[in-house]
Design a protein around this ligand. Structure first.
Ligand code: UGA
Length: 453
């Protein structure tokens, strides 16, 4: 069966490229002609390690194609993935209009049976809405063509997307209520089992459930991960007041197999396009149903205050006034391995420091172009905010360094060189990368997150 992937954002592109890598014939569709032109030249619109090479290889072997519309792509039975965006509305709820417009497009173009698979994170009930939309579209054309819809949420992490897709922890597939006998042309469970078999040794990783279960699984998983982080950030604040080190506490907690070591790193807050958006969307959805989502609201609130922690620490250290101070920032991306700065803690810090009258030099291994595009141009033009060519150049004459993203080159820096370059050897570490005792011995004033008094 040919595969069509609609939407070439992170999820769509990774899905299309990785499915092509397994020998499938994949056509990626995006309504943005400039994006498609660039992709046809082998250029990626995003920074994602390993994806570009894989994409070019599969284009060369004629497994992977790009186009701006569905015309001519649905003449024979096919599998059609939806991977378009669901941006937040002003009230935080997910806007599924792009998904619905794609469902309508599918109904207008399909000429043979189709299995539509939704990969986009969308509110529970979206797959049912897709079914209704396609039925309406077909009815408007006076056609009866068989189709089925499945939910197959994506769990990839930016920066690890290819590895996550090729070797997933689990593959969640939510099936519709349609009985297989009613749709003999599309045996959804069998088709998807076969498609994902190479990614799932002995099929053990595929978990079948209902469509609504799958849609809810995606939200619940992201909210759980965000909850773990916000919980640890709260523990970190308590640690600071009781004289404990959250890093030691983390190791002690993680050793309990029921808790585990993952996603319990305290820091200067979580960012990215997914956690903040999905938490908000689930809060809105719950409230619309008359449920008070106490835990989700607390997670969101804690993250908002957590993003201000580095600024508060600097304010306290410098006696409540940062005007005229000069600072370095290491790391702009919301996490290592990506150039994405959406909801990044660096943004909150930069804004607070600029408002406080400080001047800044920032360095990030890949996100500096993103920063130049999204930060107010007046900041860069004023000379109060600049980008450094390398991490040490950012340190020249600064009153302190803020470490915001834990990129590998920041992990074992040359501390002696740093001390020589900095006006004052002060580090505010938003990712707890260094050992406070070692840094104290080296003569640094070191402030991490949740590391004793
Ligand atoms: C997240 C989920 O991890 C993926 O499973 C999911 O598929 C994806 O959202 C999505 O919904 O599409 P991602 O946003 O790429 O992936 O980033 P994460 O690696 O989860 O990190 C999110 C944020 O949490 C980062 O800012 C990171 O620095 C922070 N974090 C993570 C912590 O502060 N502490 C931790 O222990 C772990």
């Amino acid at each position: 069966m040919d595969i069509i992937v609609i939407g070439t954002g992170y999820v769509g592109l990774v899905t299309g490229v990785c499915l092509a890598e397994m020998g499938n014939r994949v056509t990626c569709v995006d309504r943005n002609p400039e994006k498609i032109q660039a992709l046809e030249k082998g250029l990626l619109p995003i920074y994602e390690p390993g994806l570009g090479e894989m994409m070019q290889r599969n284009m060369a072997s004629k497994n992977l194609f790009f186009t701006t519309n569905l015309t001519g792509t649905m003449n024979s039975p096919c599998l059609c993935f939806i991977a378009v965006g669901t941006p937040p509305r002003t009230n935080g709820a997910a806007d599924i209009r792009q998904v619905m417009s794609v469902a309508d497009d599918i109904a207008r173009h399909m000429k043979a049976p189709v299995l539509v698979v939704n990969k986009t994170t969308a509110p529970v009930g979206t797959c049912d809405a897709i079914i209704r939309q396609i039925r309406m579209g077909l009815a408007a054309r006076n056609k009866t063509i068989t189709f089925d819809v499945a939910s197959n949420p994506e769990f990839l992490k930016e920066g690890d997307a290819v590895a996550d897709f090729m070797r997933p922890d689990r593959i969640i597939i939510g099936l519709s209520q349609q009985k297989a006998a009613a749709i003999p042309e599309i045996q959804s469970q069998e088709i998807l089992s076969r498609l994902y078999a190479p990614f799932s040794r002995n099929h053990h990783k595929i978990i079948f459930m209902g469509m609504r279960d799958a849609e809810m699984t995606k939200y619940a998983a992201n909210c759980m991960l965000a909850t773990k982080i916000s919980f640890m950030n709260e523990m970190a604040s308590i640690c600071e007041n009781v004289g404990a080190d959250v890093e030691r506490v983390r190791r002690g907690m993680g050793a309990d197999s029921r808790i585990g070591y993952d996603f319990i790193y305290a820091g200067c807050g979580y960012g990215g396009s997914c956690f903040p958006k999905d938490i908000q969307a689930l809060i809105r959805a719950a409230e619309d149903m008359g449920i008070t989502p106490d835990i989700l609201k607390a997670v969101e609130k804690r993250n908002f205050t957590q993003k201000k922690r580095l600024f508060e620490k600097a304010l306290a250290f410098f006696g409540g006034n940062l005007s005229g101070r000069h600072f370095a920032i290491w790391g702009l991306a919301f996490k290592p391995g990506t150039d994405d700065m959406r909801e990044a803690p660096s943004l909150s810090l930069i804004q607070s420091l600029m408002e406080a009258g400080a001047s800044l030099v920032a360095y990030d291994p890949v996100a500096m172009d993103t920063a130049k595009a999204i930060l107010p141009s007046s900041w860069l033009a004023s000379g109060r905010m600049a980008m450094a060519e390398h991490q040490y150049a950012a340190l020249q004459g600064v009153d302190a360094l803020f470490l915001v993203t834990e990129w590998k080159p920041f992990r074992q820096p040359d501390f002696a060189a740093m001390k020589r370059l900095m006006k004052q050897p002060v580090i505010f570490d938003g990712r707890n990368q260094f050992d406070p005792e070692e840094l104290a011995k080296k003569g640094f004033d070191y402030k991490g997150i949740g590391r004793g008094r």
